[in-house]
Design a protein around this ligand. Structure first.
Ligand code: ZN
Length: 466
């Protein structure tokens, strides 16, 4: 009897060990199969550590941005286009982590958990990915930035389609500079980063749009108020300095001429709690959902928890510790253009299988209401007034353009020049596009960022406008 029970126990133990081993094997298979299948030693997918065989990446019009020819990744013949789309398309070696070639490598190689890379071996290619990008607009944006570091992006504010994303510095993927890692002049600073998705910038006066929104929500008679600007204003223990001496001005005029004295007073009156509440409701301190389900965005940041009155004054004009991510800021401006409702930005419009079947078609996804419709409408009128009465409609002819510039001081040193920004959009139903421009180390929003936006929007109009 004793012998039998001991044998039974041994048997149970063996079964238990076998099952534990099986569970471990299954877990390993599921969690590591992707790595095994994508192992760079696999000659079908990679050649000398570089992605070799994969599906095509196309722009919105079906032009090929990258394909595979004779087991090698080959890029567009157009050098300007290669430079302009580098950060979105990505490189074959995976240096640009947010590039489509890296973030969508499972789709491009046709990898699935069940079949591994069977489809790739059978068809010689994976899935093709069609992007929402318009090549002509990307080329214009790249050329307009010139040799400046920064970013330009354009989004359809009704759908969330990103038709242009450019990040500089960039390089030609076919002729990668030899000094890219050894350079000490700083010309390649952050070259592998897509500044649009991953960058964080001091917003400067573009933040006045958010302070204005908070004022419209919380100060009922804000439009009837007047503000006094003597070139600076005392807030709490110190002074906020203005860019000019604006005298007695209305709320609208204060936004037109970007008066720091008026907006610091408004922020002080609103207080930290209300200003932070508006910012958090429109997505500060939380990342946007991954772009097309894959690409991570940095979170815009605001923290007024320890802010004194003077700090809140500076925060109201975008010069405290607040940082904005360009993709998030474009989403905020797009929400104003879209009557208050924010759409999720995306870059993949469809995925086509090796057999030619469409396996994925993007559709617009609402994030939700960033602004009440009446607040969005009043903000829109203020932003329209900025362009019409202050920057000049000649930058954006026949586009009924709305916008706000920003000049963000990033250092107390006079040797460090500011970053300049512009956010804006066309109010025309036939041209539902919003733009963000960031030009690092430049002069002023109106002199640096607005001319870039002007060139890009003229191309957008010729490509899409009626
Ligand atoms: Zn002023």
């Amino acid at each position: 009897m004793k012998t039998i029970s001991r044998r039974a126990l041994t048997l149970y133990l063996i079964i238990l060990l076998f099952m534990a081993g099986f569970v471990l094997l299954f877990f390993n298979l599921v969690s590591n199969s992707n790595v095994w299948a994508m192992n760079r030693a696999d000659r079908h997918l990679y050649s000398e550590g570089v992605l070799a065989t994969a599906g095509d990446i196309l722009d919105a019009d079906g032009n090929i941005l990258v394909t595979t020819t004779d087991g090698k990744r080959t890029y567009s013949d157009n050098k300007t286009l290669r430079m302009a789309t580098l950060h979105t398309v990505g490189d074959s070696a995976g240096y640009i982590a947010s590039g489509v070639q890296t973030s969508f490598k499972d789709e491009l190689t046709g990898y699935t958990l069940v079949d591994g890379v069977y489809n790739l071996k059978r068809y010689g290619k994976g899935n093709d990915i069609t992007l929402t990008l318009n090549s002509a607009v990307c080329e214009t944006a790249y050329k307009a930035l010139g040799n400046k570091k920064g970013t330009v992006a354009v989004m359809n504010y009704k759908t969330g389609e990103l038709i242009c994303i450019v990040s500089t510095p960039t390089y030609d993927v076919l002729n990668k500079p030899a000094d890219i890692l050894t350079d000490t002049t700083g010309k390649y600073e952050g070259v592998y980063m897509n500044r649009f998705f991953s960058g964080l910038y001091t917003p400067g006066s573009t933040f006045k749009v958010i302070t204005a929104a908070c004022a419209l929500e919380n100060i009922p008679d804000i439009n009837e108020r007047t503000f006094e600007c003597k070139g600076k204003v005392q807030i709490g223990e110190g002074y906020v300095i203005c860019n000019g001496t604006h005298g007695k001005i209305s709320f609208e005029k204060a936004l037109n001429c970007s008066c720091n004295s008026a907006f610091a007073q408004i922020a002080d009156e609103l207080g930290a709690e209300k200003l932070a509440a508006t910012a958090q409701r429109i997505g500060f301190n939380a990342p946007l959902s991954n772009i097309s389900g894959k690409i991570k965005c940095s979170s815009s940041k605001i923290n007024l928890s320890d802010a004194k009155s003077l700090d809140i004054g500076w925060a109201g004009i975008g010069q405290y510790t607040t940082l904005i991510n360009p993709c998030h800021m474009l989403t905020v401006v797009s929400a104003i253009a879209n009557g208050g409702t924010a759409q999720s930005p995306y870059i993949v419009s469809k995925i086509t299988t090796p057999e030619g079947k469409i396996s994925f078609t993007a559709s617009k996804t609402e994030i939700g209401e960033y602004f009440r419709a009446d607040v969005a409408g009043r903000l829109s009128n203020l932003l329209r007034s900025n362009v019409e009465n202050y920057y000049g409609d000649n930058y954006f002819p026949k586009m009924e353009f709305c916008g706000k510039t920003g000049t963000a001081e990033i250092s107390d040193s006079p040797d460090v020049r500011p970053n300049t920004l512009f956010v804006g959009y066309s109010r025309l139903d036939s041209l539902p596009f919003a733009i963000i421009v960031v030009v690092e180390d430049s002069s002023s929003g109106i002199k640096s960022a607005v001319p870039v936006a002007s060139k890009v929007m003229k191309t957008v109009k010729s490509e899409y406008g009626s």
